[in-house]
Write a protein of this length. Sequence first.
Length: 285
Amino acid sequence: MHNISQAQAVNDMPLTMVEATRFWRDERFGDMECLTATFQTHEYAPHSHETFSIGAIEAGSQIARIRGSREETGPGHLYLINPEVVHDGVPGHSGYRYRMIYPDEALFREVLEDVTGRACHTTPAFSRELPFDGELAQAFNEAHRGLEEKSGALEAEEGMFRMLATIFARYGGHSITMIDTRERSAISRARDYLIENFASDIGLEEVAEVAGLSRAHLIRAFRKEFHITPHAFLTDVRVRQARMLLRLGRPIAEVAFDCGFADQAHFSRHFKSRIGVTPGQFRVA
């Protein structure tokens, strides 16, 4: 883990800074989701995204657990998280301010093909998740600020395209296909069952039967493979479905019910713990 004390001495936030979030979708990048946030107390529950998660901290520090490994990051660090990788995040001692974008694989592939002039036949993936790269982190924040401030189309697109291409050239790799095993097949069945039945009140014994494992074995194997419990994974699936329905303009209470949440308050709590903004903020962005 890199020492961030010197960077924090210059960039640390005052303890009185108020939590704030700004969430929007940038139509210039296929409605790519973007986030700027300042957090003093908000804690992200373990979750994953179907998109890439790319960002950088501007001030303060965050403590994150990715693939079971815990690390504290601050100004100069990049977040390069591949789709479906489970992670969480809590503020360091003084909170943090950061910027994020969530490009899907199609957009990432398009950027790489546009920049290189060659067809991309492999699945894009990052080989490192929390590299320290002060120059590139600063450049990312500047490009992100251009999106937030709605700079001219050409300026914003050039800045972000160039940034994504540079990040991938420096830290890109390819997905590794894992060798299948009997246990992995079992928990894959459990995972697929949770995805297909997310709106139902699924019990642990029910999922274990589908997997062909004991309940204790299921929990242990699921966490080993996905770094998340079956229940947390189910909640994550429900939040993803809710995001899609909210983007269609569906009422929040209706979305909560259709996605299997006990009530709207339960839905809102889990949604913000994974997305960083409330369902209402997400819906109107």
